[in-house]
Write a protein that binds this ligand. Structure first.
Ligand code: GRF
Length: 187
């Protein structure tokens, strides 16, 4: 199969990045990860880029200039899909227009519920019965683009923030690869 070139944007731990790198090694997974972008020079996820010899672009200037550098690199590596994986910056409107429908994100709640930050705490405070994760297209509305896939689990009485995060991320490692397979079926 002819794989598409993808880029992963991170800001922190990079466990979804690590998972996607592993999946991308499977011969029938639709993407190759050709570039990693981190706006945070101390992001733990940078080690996975280095270990796997994947080129990485790390922010060391203003965000405006960084976005320009990213655009240049995306062209260089012929990137046709951008996966945000714990990327904490808002993508500018100009950037979004250039990569319309080609940017996706993973969020640790059942969107449209609990957009934004501190998701686990808010889910617990609201005494939700279930939660999960969502992979969605990125548009100008925070966590508001078209949904590609959701995965759900029931919250147990003893679940705290830490446990919710563990359970949610376990589902994320299934949801993100599945979402990528789904979108490439349509192309
Ligand atoms: C994930 O839980 C994702 O839902 C959210 O940020 C977290 C990133 O985790 N957007 P990691 O850096 O992939 O470990």
């Amino acid at each position: 199969m002819v794989k598409k070139n993808a880029c992963i944007f991170i800001s922190g731990n990079g466990s979804n990045l690590r998972n996607l790198i592993q999946k991308s090694r499977e011969y029938n997974f639709p993407i190759n990860i050709k570039l990693i972008v981190s706006d945070n020079p101390n992001a733990k996820g940078i080690i996975y880029a280095k270990k796997n010899n994947i080129p990485i672009l790390i922010k060391n200037c203003s965000y405006k200039l960084f976005e320009y550098q990213i655009l240049v690199s995306l062209k260089k590596y012929n990137i046709s899909l951008i996966c945000l994986a714990g990327y904490m910056k808002i993508i500018s409107k100009d950037f979004l227009n250039l990569y319309k429908k080609k940017i996706i994100n993973i969020h640790p709640s059942l969107l449209p519920k609990f957009k934004g930050l501190n998701t686990y705490l808010r889910v617990l405070r609201e005494k939700e019965k279930k939660t999960g994760c969502t992979v969605h297209h990125v548009n100008k509305h925070l966590d508001g683009g078209k949904i590609i896939i959701k995965k759900t689990f029931f919250i147990a009485n003893e679940d705290n923030e830490k446990i919710l995060k563990e359970k949610t991320q376990k589902l994320e490692y299934l949801a993100y690869p599945e979402a990528i397979i789904r979108i490439f079926r349509k192309y």
